[in-house]
Design a protein around this ligand. Sequence first.
Ligand SMILES: [Zn+2]
Length: 205
Amino acid sequence: MLADTSVLDTLSPRDFRAGYAEVAKYGLINDPEFFEWLESNWEGIFSGGPERDQAVAHSCRAKAAVVAADELESGNRALLNLGHTFGHSLEGAVAYETERLVHGEGVSIGMVLAHEFSEQLGLCPAEDTKRVIAHMEAVGLPTRIDQIPGQLPPIDTFMDLIAQDKKVSRGQLTFILTKGIGTSYVDKTVSAEPLRAFLEEKLGK
Ligand SMILES: [Zn+2]
């Protein structure tokens, strides 16, 4: 099913950008060529050029492919949550006040955090993290927690929000991590301590 892309013209620039985070997500999940294409064609997407319809069509196909693959190998659908565990915790941290953070902005910061955390675990090359940050910045999306206006809750609140968002099995969290752009995977071995240390650093505490 193809989305009616004319509705995109009615979105505020901020909401359009936020929606774009979910488009970029498909490149980051399993399609490095698409991410590369976005790096060179995002301006056409934002200005309403033919690239916009191509990007929307590609994203719809990508979502369908992930869902179809899930029927063969269960669990792949979780890849659609790339950036969302961090993103949801940020949305929760601002009590869903959209003046401070809308969903797609949380996903943008969340996808950057997923790459940075993966990098810290020795999984993702630093060069790939840099590209993700550079692209999100280029389109005007936030990439850092400190870009969220106002006071944020302490680390314990974040850890609680993450535990609520994710099924915790035997003390371990299910996270979407990445080995680089386009090579995301479901990791069920993340333990709370390194995650806490990582987030503490990001919160500047
Ligand atoms: Zn989302």
